[in-house]
Design a protein around this ligand. Structure first.
Ligand SMILES: CC(C)(COP(=O)(O)OP(=O)(O)OC[C@H]1O[C@@H](n2cnc3c(N)ncnc32)[C@H](O)[C@@H]1OP(=O)(O)O)[C@@H](O)C(=O)NCCC(=O)NCCS
Length: 349
């Protein structure tokens, strides 16, 4: 699930993650290689300040967001982007690697350490610097840093808005590629309607551990386990539920965390947030294996759609691995692919 725009959400997470244990293990070095290019000198550097030309990045990303979630998403991003980057750069365990062209920045990668897992969350090369493999060198640097720091795994799932060539680089570095899709549907879609009396129930804090168990159970044998480190065990899943409810991935409302019961116990869970103005996002949908193919997953999606509609939203979105059978479920409910978002994962052998 979970291709929520990590580009935007990375910056929310940094306040909440417990970094200190790892701070001593992984320090981002401050001096790295210089690379010379025919068309001028571009220097690979770590940055700690918002670059003076960051507005160019914001413009290019905002244009991409407008295509994905509509002009209000772009507008919101424009208002927030500098503050969000400042917050990220202020965190000692956010690694910001950039190519500098004088005082300006030509390309930027943001990576973050969450528990023992490194995440590459943002990668953008300004349009006029494309075609010089800057992205490859940024990825190499971030990966080498994480690996030297002893991380257990590295996950890259960036929603990119320029034509970057990253496949070869990740392949050379031993990453597995996982093809993902960002899908969405209009909330007036007939197959997403539900009765006004909802069967699913809102789960508040006391009940979150039970919900986390459902999510972890749903992913125990799942082919996407390597990608979804957030659900690899009940403790990680509980942190995911907490983060979701805390608004870390996008604005949260209590009724975005829901479960379906059978025989008095939760057998299915859905976690949602607001991804952009008017857009509800499904961060996770999980049904216990023995309760699948009984319509519970589609019920939860329809009921989440109803909850988003009541908030005045007009679109619902989610991320899915291209070959996950769940995709058929989403298509049957009117979801269309909006963007390919390939993920890359590396686990320490
Ligand atoms: C995906 C998931 C939530 C679906 O829940 P569900 O309760 O089985 O869904 P429904 O019964 O409402 O719908 C099932 C439909 O989804 C599709 N589908 C889901 N899983 C399938 C599978 N393993 N094989 C074939 N079709 C499948 C089919 O279209 C199916 O319709 P059908 O039963 O009429 O053939 C559930 O399989 C699950 O928890 N999977 C593990 C976690 C996961 O992958 N979550 C989604 C991440 S994007």
């Amino acid at each position: 699930m979970f291709t929520c725009l990590r580009i935007v959400h990375l910056v929310h997470t940094v306040h909440y993650v417990h970094w200190l244990d790892y701070q001593s293990r992984l320090r981002f070095s401050t001096t790295i290689t210089n690379l010379d290019y025919d068309c001028g000198m571009l220097h690979l550097r770590r940055i700690k300040e918002v670059p003076p030309n960051y507005g160019e990045f914001v413009d290019e990303v905002a244009a991409g967001l407008a295509g994905l979630y509509g002009p209000p998403a772009a507008e919101e991003y424009r208002c927030e982007a500098v503050r969000l980057l400042q917050t990220a750069l202020g965190n000692p365990l956010v690694d910001a690697v950039a190519f500098r062209d004088g005082s300006r920045v030509a390309a930027l990668l943001l990576a973050v350490l969450r528990d023992s897992i490194g995440q590459i969350s943002f990668l953008h090369v300004l349009r006029r610097y494309l075609g010089r493999s800057l992205e490859a060198r940024l990825i190499e640097e971030a990966v080498a840093t994480f690996q030297a720091g002893g991380v257990e795994a590295i996950v890259s799932e960036c929603v990119t808005f320029s034509s970057l060539n990253v496949d070869d680089t990740y392949q050379r570095l031993g990453f597995e590629k996982i093809e993902r899709l960002l899908m969405s549907a209009p909330l007036n879609e007939p197959s997403l309607q539900s009765p006004s009396e909802l069967e699913s129930v809102v789960y508040t804090q006391r009940a979150w551990p039970a919900l986390a168990d459902v999510i972890a159970e749903a992913y125990r044998e799942h082919p996407d386990r390597r990608l979804h480190f957030e659900v690899r065990n009940p403790e990680a899943a509980l942190q995911l539920v907490r983060n979701c409810a805390a608004g870390i991935y996008g604005a949260a409302e209590p009724e975005f965390v829901r479960a379906v019961h059978r025989d008095g116990r939760p057998v299915a869970a859905i976690l949602g947030c607001r991804a952009a103005p008017g857009v509800g996002f499904v961060l996770q949908l999980a049904v216990r294996p023995e309760f699948r193919r009984q319509g519970i997953g589609s019920l939860l999606l329809r009921e989440s759609a109803e909850v988003f509609r009541r908030r005045g939203y007009d679109r619902i979105a989610l991320g899915v691995t291209r070959n996950n059978p769940a995709r058929r479920l989403y298509e049957s409910l009117g979801f269309d692919p909006k963007k390919t978002v390939d993920a890359y994962v590396w686990w320490r052998p």
